[in-house]
Design a protein around this ligand. Structure first.
Ligand SMILES: [Zn+2]
Length: 402
């Protein structure tokens, strides 16, 4: 299958125009067919470097934000309407085994939040789950990582100490930890403690880093430590975000994350819009790096992610609304995703493309959005129906395009 596109973003520094890509998929009926998609731009599917899939309930869950540090929010959110409504569907028994009961329903919500915004990869910050949690998803929920919740709260939700978790990476996978999510003394103590524990490492991914000073950011750059920026969640919960300008000045490997919808944005497309609106001087090209090659590096992903080769089995085709491919991402909404293929499998897009794949239509859901006929792999509408029947009323999730 060859696809003619208006432009192809191979990576942030390599764009070809009026070009043809080869889509590799064992499901294609006619491998020699040519699709004319010259009103689209091709990208590598995006990467969301920070989410908590189990917390993708809506709306945001905070009563008295902004808070001096996240510990205060974690306690206070438990009496928010959003948290109490989610409790009707799934109650946290403290074991954090998310493969049982109704937890998979909520996890699927979070997974589809990412899928419908063009993310082929999401980092779900949660204690390591059983194997089945990570298998058979239409997108990649990363399974090779170790983690600690934070140094201010420890690994309260499960897992070993930060030092043990780091040791278990053997340098071969990311170690992920919230650091400095606040502006007070509690938050300020995290980074020095991290240094004492020798956790400032090239395979460490710091989440948030709101309170980090310029010097501390410089140290991250020098040690190769990555930082995940979640501007919407930070400005909502804490009223302040990472010193992103110092990060870019010192060359920190910065990635972008949505966090969950209980504190952050609806999905990565909204996170990008929020980042650009609040930090208009940051070039979209830099933001694109954060959801592509920077994320690939921070999360130790395979070469097939974060870049687009001429022959590919991972592809994101977006409607061309702006000739500049980076500005085009900024203008993209969920229904502007014309085709999203992950590992050769069409997972979301315009129905017209699906007829060229040899697939089992029972494994897909079909719907209309703004006059466009769409398909999606799996049955997110049934997840919504099940949740509705538990609640006894209809619940809208703004990250579903239907
Ligand atoms: Zn988080």
């Amino acid at each position: 299958m060859e696809i003619k596109v208006r432009a192809c973003v191979h990576n942030a520094d390599n764009i070809t125009r009026n070009t043809t890509l080869k889509l590799n998929s064992s499901l294609l009926k006619d491998k020699n067919k040519i699709w004319d998609c010259s009103d689209t731009i091709a990208y590598p599917p995006f990467i969301n470097s920070h989410d908590h899939l189990i917390s993708n309930w809506y709306p945001k869950a905070a009563l008295n934000h902004p808070y001096p540090n996240v510990n205060v929010w974690v306690e206070e959110m438990k009496s928010s309407d959003s948290f109490l409504e989610r409790n009707k569907v799934w109650i946290n028994d403290g074991k954090f085994d998310l493969t049982h009961g109704t937890a998979p329903l909520i996890i699927s919500l979070g997974m589809y939040k990412n899928l419908f915004s063009g993310c082929a990869v999401v980092q779900d910050h949660i204690p390591k789950q059983k194997k089945e949690y990570y298998n058979n998803n239409p997108i990649n929920i990363i399974k090779e990582y170790t983690q600690c919740h934070s140094l201010s709260m420890g690994n309260w939700w499960g897992g070993k100490t930060a030092e043990e978790e780091y040791r278990n990476t053997e340098g071969k996978m990311p170690f992920i930890i919230h650091i400095g999510e606040g502006i007070d003394e509690v938050a300020k103590k995290c980074f020095p403690r991290m240094e004492e524990l020798d956790l400032l490492q090239p395979n460490t991914l710091i989440i948030h880093g709101i309170v980090l000073t310029r010097d501390q950011i410089k140290k991250c750059a020098e040690s190769g430590t990555s930082i995940c920026w979640c501007p919407e969640s930070n400005l909502f919960l804490i009223g302040k975000t990472l010193d992103i300008d110092s990060c870019l000045e010192f060359g920190v490997n910065v990635v972008l994350g949505t966090d969950s919808t209980m504190s952050g944005s609806r999905n990565i497309l909204y996170e990008i819009k929020f980042a650009k609106k609040n930090f208009p001087h940051i070039p979209m090209k830099e933001i694109f790096r954060m959801i592509s090659t920077n994320a690939r590096k921070a999360l130790f992903l395979q070469d097939s992610y974060g870049v687009l080769a001429n022959e590919t089995s991972n592809l994101l085709l977006l409607r061309m609304k702006d000739l500049n491919p980076f500005e085009n991402i900024l203008n993209t909404l969920m229904d502007d995703i014309e085709l999203f293929v992950h590992q050769g499998i069409p997972v979301y897009g315009n129905l017209k493309f699906l007829t060229d794949f040899d697939i089992d239509r029972n494994q897909y859901h079909f719907f209309n959005v703004h006059g466009h006929k769409k398909f999606v792999k799996g049955h997110p509408e049934l997840i919504n129906t099940k949740i509705d029947s538990i609640l006894g009323y209809h619940k809208d999730f703004p990250f579903f395009p239907f």
